[in-house]
Design a protein around this ligand. Structure first.
Ligand SMILES: Nc1ncnc2c1ncn2[C@@H]1O[C@H](COP(=O)(O)OP(=O)(O)OP(=O)(O)O)[C@@H](O)[C@H]1O
Length: 353
């Protein structure tokens, strides 16, 4: 890959006060390629915001180096840092708009130090309003807008200085599901049309799934897993990652229902409860037919779904396989050989194994 637009090396952030020390970020390295949409997912307190704020140096790391747009942020003078920050836009969960100013004035605010004259600034604000679909709201005040509209203003304001990077800190967490999809759609559009690199922090894997090309999972200040969206969704390794994915795909809900069914409650000795995940064109029918033909193993599908991640189908099945248990290891190996991720589930457990 060519030099990443964001290169965090060995970033550690420690907060100390009189009584306690919090290790918010522990020795994290992260590279984001130009034009990427990179999701950072984790529960509250995992250190996502703190990590992302080291990109624009709103948070100075205790140790480690942040190189952004080829500039080592920690080596910049005050003035150079201010200029560097203008090329890194940021949006927030609660929008952070100035309530006493109009929408146009909010968007114009970051332009106060720019070289543009008044007419150019007015045109820039009008263009930004159009870009985010709010051309008729220039003279409205934030209190008159819905949450989704306020976030559109936040996005327009963040783009005022034509940044190459947009940091999104829980930008959709205060919005309802439909508005969330609209805002994520807008971010995707901006990425595709302007080529802007996006780093998106969220606790919702569904948001990551909708827009991100890469994802990192954070827990207790560390990145515990990272990869392309498809790899993470089809072959999650860490329990926390599986947890996030199962919630996003509503597999946890499906599994809770499945576990109530008599065939699962009274799972026979010659049966196994499995979760199968596959990526791409393979479909459940040939997989299951070949299990029977080759191993005499029958499959009872209890749940199935296919969703598209970046236009690639990802299938999830929860099945009971029954047959001669001596045949199971080979049958499972055969499935794995065909690119299917096979996870045996505890019929009584509460989470996917
Ligand atoms: N300025 C600060 N002073 C002291 N502790 C802080 C400060 N900022 C964050 N922390 C602590 O650092 C840890 C990581 O917080 P951070 O906000 O980065 O997590 P997060 O994953 O973004 O979660 P959230 O979504 O809740 O913001 C938490 O334990 C938090 O309480």
């Amino acid at each position: 890959m060519s030099a990443p637009i964001i290169d965090l090396k060995d970033i550690t952030v420690t907060f100390k006060n009189k009584t306690s020390t919090v290790h918010a970020v522990k020795n994290v390295s992260l590279q984001v390629a130009k034009g990427d949409v990179y999701g950072i997912v984790g529960y509250s307190g995992a250190g996502k915001s703190t990590l992302v704020r080291t990109i624009n140096y709103l948070q100075v790391p205790t140790s480690g180096t942040a190189t952004v747009n080829g500039q080592v942020m920690g080596q910049l003078s005050k003035n150079a840092l201010r200029l560097a920050r203008r090329k890194i836009g940021m949006i927030f969960q609660h929008f952070n708009l100035m309530n006493s100013r109009t929408i146009a004035a909010n968007i114009d605010y970051p332009l106060r130090y720019s070289d543009l004259n008044t007419a150019q600034r007015q045109k820039k604000v009008a263009d930004l309003l159009t870009l985010v679909g709010l051309q008729d709201k220039a003279d409205a005040y934030p209190a008159q807008l819905s949450g989704g509209q306020k976030q559109r203003v936040g996005i327009a304001r963040a783009l005022a200085n034509d940044p190459g990077i947009l940091l999104c800190d829980e930008a959709t967490s205060a919005l309802d599901p439909k508005t969330t999809q609209e805002i994520l759609g807008l971010l995707k559009h901006l990425n595709q049309t302007l080529g802007i690199t996006i780093v998106l922090i969220t606790h919702e894997m569904a948001a990551v799934k909708a827009v991100c090309q890469h994802v990192a999972v954070m827990e207790q200040g560390e990145i515990i897993e990272r990869g392309s969206l498809l790899d993470i969704f089809s072959q999650p390794q860490q329990p926390l990652t599986k947890d996030f994915i199962n919630t996003a795909a509503q597999l946890d809900v499906a599994l809770a229902e499945v576990r109530k069914q008599p065939a699962v409650v009274n799972l026979a000795d010659n049966a196994r409860l499995l979760h199968l995940t596959y990526v791409g064109a393979s479909t459940d029918a040939p997989l299951i037919a070949s299990l029977y033909q080759q191993y005499g193993v029958t499959a009872n599908i209890l749940y199935g779904s296919v969703e598209f991640l970046q236009d690639t189908p990802v299938g999830n099945l929860i099945v009971i396989l029954s047959g001669d248990p001596a045949q199971f290891p080979e049958a499972f190996a055969d499935l794995r050989g065909q690119g299917v991720t096979v996870t045996e589930l505890d019929p009584k457990g509460t989470v996917v194994a």
